[in-house]
Design a protein around this ligand. Structure first.
Ligand SMILES: Nc1ncnc2c1ncn2[C@@H]1O[C@H](COP(=O)(O)OP(=O)(O)OP(=O)(O)O)[C@@H](O)[C@H]1O
Length: 535
């Protein structure tokens, strides 16, 4: 063989090696996807097993064993109240079936997305039944909104909270004890049940006189320690079923994983409940994630530009921040850029918080910049955008917070700014929570996804069959090219750095590690360029 022939064969072999490598890459990618799907299917299987176990033990029944959409004797009266009092022409998914189950005296668990119409599911039966319906709700502001809304419809509803006047309290107790007055719905906070003996004794009289029509537990996920808003006073609500066994209980929530559902039905002592689950899908919400700069001014500039370009007509929005200080800073910087914004967090007194909330609710303030404290009870229907300045602590929290957009069903946007540097900040907060880190890594996966539709991550998380996204997330809307990078050498350097740290018994935060890695990388690049200059 002469040198020319050798060279030709060499080139040919190199070509073939490249082809084989390309095939290996394709197979490796396929293997990666299969591993991912395998782990998703394994967790789905676990969830299915849990559900089947609870059904076989008689602790849960699904809607399909009984026909809740058939005809019932209260049908025409229900239709009349729905239309002429609530002004609603047709039921949304599951509403009619839920009303029928409650009217049949069954205990019911309702899981329905934010803005899905949960209130009607207990308010309509409350009017159909004789007597008084008791509603337990976690927040004063939520209760006030509901009572005001019902009064506007001409429905007699009252609330018994720390803010109730003596006179109103007297009126409520007369209604409960003696059946005097026209009260149909009574809202209370969970503390009333666990702390007021006087109230419980009046309620007992009401029940024994056959006037307690039903018990509704709003935001029922607060019962469970595995939920995202655990309230200790919710733990004591099981007493209601024990004391008033014949009053149907309806527990309502927007999100509850299987574990939370199991927990809350146990807490509420409703083992033979009927469950209605509506989809978690919010088809009008456009989900997107953007890379977050480490320079805070750049992030604010981008947020301001997004709001000014997309929402120039003062359309309402929410920005969630990690800390109170960040909230104040972001709100201030937005004001400097001409956007009407104010902060909301737990360090403010309740009057100041209420003021900001009211200004925003009345659309006199465009953007509220809040911590997680800006949570339940936000009923503004026309929120057009929810921006996360930092990632939330779990998929549940993100679903709830982003779900405050578009409750009126109109197109709205949910934008999350993500940078890996924010993960350790959150992990130090959730480390001691039940499954805190596991939950955090769930949302990290959502943020880091380059191929998987954002919506499909929600479906998988809530163990729901996948549905079409219809191009309503950044990954489905724009076909982006994914560049593959082999990071094995980086991983090796990180491992050797960590081994050094361990050997010398030092401590290092994630950010320090990243800085050290960058320094090492820069140093290496400098040496390579110096080396190539010499030769
Ligand atoms: N069948 C229906 N048709 C039209 N509008 C409805 C129907 N049911 C409820 N609504 C309206 O939808 C809006 C949201 O309802 P509701 O406040 O009960 O939602 P929700 O499920 O409690 O939401 P959240 O979890 O966010 O509090 C309300 O304005 C309500 O009047």
């Amino acid at each position: 063989m002469n040198s020319e022939e050798v060279l030709e064969e060499l080139l040919n072999v190199e070509l073939q090696i490249n082809e084989v490598q390309a095939e290996i890459n394709v197979l490796l990618e396929r293997q990666d996807n299969l591993y991912q799907r395998k782990s998703e299917l394994q967790s789905l299987l676990e969830l299915c097993k849990e559900t089947e176990d609870s059904v076989s033990q008689g602790t849960g029944t699904s809607t399909n064993s009984e026909n809740w959409s058939g005809s019932f004797k209260w049908d025409s009266e229900a239709d009349d109240i729905k239309l002429n009092i609530f002004g609603i022409s047709s039921y949304r998914a599951n509403q009619r079936e839920i009303v029928n189950a409650v009217m049949s005296g069954r205990d019911v668990l309702v899981i329905m997305a934010a803005g899905g119409g949960k209130s009607l599911c207990y308010q309509l039966p409350a009017l159909l039944y004789d007597g008084i319906a008791l509603v337990v709700s976690p927040l004063l502001s939520l209760i006030q909104d509901q009572v005001m809304g019902l009064a506007a419809l001409g429905i007699s509803a009252s609330m018994l909270t720390s803010a109730t006047s003596k006179e109103d309290e007297k009126f409520i107790y007369k209604n409960l004890e003696k059946g005097e007055g026209s009260m149909k719905i009574l809202y209370v906070t969970p503390e009333k049940i666990s702390k007021s003996k006087r109230f419980m004794s009046k309620l007992e009289k009401c029940y024994h006189a056959g006037r307690l029509s039903l018990i509704a537990i709003d935001e029922a996920h607060c019962c469970s320690q595995w939920g995202h808003d655990f309230r200790p006073d919710y733990k004591n609500l099981g007493i209601l079923k024990t004391q008033f066994p014949n009053a149907p209980v309806i527990a309502l929530t927007a999100t509850a994983t299987q574990r939370v559902q199991n927990d809350l039905v146990e807490m509420l002592r409703i083992p033979k409940y009927v469950k209605f689950v509506s989809t978690v899908n919010r088809p009008n919400l456009f989900y997107m994630v953007r890379e977050k700069s480490s320079v805070s001014k750049v992030v604010i500039d981008q947020i301001a530009e997004f709001i000014q370009e997309s929402y120039p007509n003062n359309e309402s929005g929410i920005i969630y921040c990690f800390s109170r200080k960040e909230c104040e800073q972001v709100a201030k910087e937005l004001r400097v850029r001409g956007i009407s914004a104010d902060h909301y967090h737990a360090d403010m007194d309740s009057v100041a918080r209420e003021k900001v909330h009211m200004r925003w609710s009345n659309s006199r303030l465009q953007v509220i910049v809040g911590t997680v404290a800006f949570g339940m009870g936000i009923n503004k229907p026309d929120v057009r955008f929810v921006i996360h300045h930092s990632l939330s602590k779990s998929m549940e929290t993100y679903y709830q917070e982003s779900g405050r957009a578009g409750r009126d069903g109109l197109p709205s946007e949910c934008l999350l700014y993500y940078r890996p540097g924010d993960v350790p900040r959150q992990s130090s907060m959730v480390f001691y929570e039940n499954s805190g880190l596991e939950n955090l890594y769930g949302i990290v996966q959502y943020c880091q996804s380059r191929r998987q539709c954002r919506r499909s991550v929600f479906f998988r998380h809530f163990a729901e069959p996948l549905k079409d996204c219809n191009g309503m997330c950044d990954l489905c809307a724009v076909a982006s090219e994914v560049k593959e990078v082999d990071v094995c050498s980086h991983a090796r350097v990180i491992i050797s750095m960590l081994q050094d740290v361990q050997k010398s018994n030092q401590k290092m935060t994630m950010l320090q590690l990243v800085d050290k890695l960058k320094a090492k990388h820069n140093d290496l690049e400098r040496r390579i360029s110096a080396y190539s200059l010499c030769y």
